[in-house]
Write a protein that binds this ligand. Structure first.
Ligand SMILES: C[S@@+](CC[C@H](N)C(=O)[O-])C[C@H]1O[C@@H](n2cnc3c(N)ncnc32)[C@H](O)[C@@H]1O
Length: 215
């Protein structure tokens, strides 16, 4: 199939990309690994033995970083709409996070766990039109925040990929209601032209909502 000029340019940029080369050399499945490494070296979120939920995990670059940092006693539960090659120490669920069933499956799989950290690198397939992409991406952040409320232990943390644009101030406010501290971080591995950044909620203010039974 003939490739369009823009996809040829994307491929060239990707092949030339310093982080793609570094990821290949280090055996990481994606250049995104370096984003999580930078986030962790700044905020020290991946503690040995902790329990992490990775949303939008495929092809598994963040899972690789998380399993290395958590060690044998740690636990990673990961979800993606796409399939992912198995990775030791990762329990993977394939499903669309916007649908009830995968969301409920993930809630059930984490029901007996003390979740310390939720990391979400979920991003919709971008069309390049911000009127379409921004609401889709903001919705994924809202869902990750809603899920975190259900499962994150008190003082747990949340990292989500966001794109600067409409709705993001509301999301920041919602983070502020649920976390003691909210920070914004753009790793060097995040392409400078991209509006991508990560919102980091530190110190979940409440117990996981799913444990609260109203009599
Ligand atoms: C930037 S990639 C994640 C890269 C990953 N963090 C890594 O290190 O390899 C974004 C991922 O979000 C996933 N995604 C997008 N929408 C999703 C949805 N509704 N449910 C589950 N995963 C979704 C995509 O399939 C894609 O794999």
């Amino acid at each position: 199939m003939k490739k369009s000029k823009s996809s040829q340019q994307w491929l060239k940029n990707h092949i030339d990309d310093e982080y793609v080369k570094r990821a290949q050399a280090a055996g990481f499945r994606s250049r995104a690994s370096f984003k999580l490494l930078e986030i962790d070296s700044k905020f020290s979120l991946l503690a040995r033995g902790s329990c992490v939920v990775d949303l939008g995990a495929a092809p598994g670059g963040w899972c690789q970083v998380a399993t290395q940092k958590l060690g044998n006693q740690g636990k990673v539960i990961a979800l993606d709409i796409l399939a992912m090659d198995p990775l030791q120490g990762v329990h993977f669920i394939q499903g669309d996070f916007t649908l009830d069933e995968p969301f409920e499956t993930l809630l059930a799989e984490t029901s007996n766990l003390d979740v310390d950290l939720v990391i979400s690198d979920m991003a919709p397939n971008l069309s390049g039109m911000s009127q379409i992409d921004q609401p889709k991406s903001a919705y994924l952040v809202e869902l990750a925040l809603h899920f975190s409320e259900q499962v994150l232990k008190k003082n747990g943390n949340l990292v989500t990929k966001c794109f600067e644009g409409a709705g993001i101030n509301d999301i920041r406010r919602e983070f502020g209601q649920r976390f003691s501290k909210v920070l914004q971080f753009k790793p060097k591995a995040s392409r400078s032209k991209s509006k991508e950044f990560y919102l980091i909620g530190l110190g979940h203010k409440h117990q996981p909502a799913r444990n609260i039974h109203v009599c």
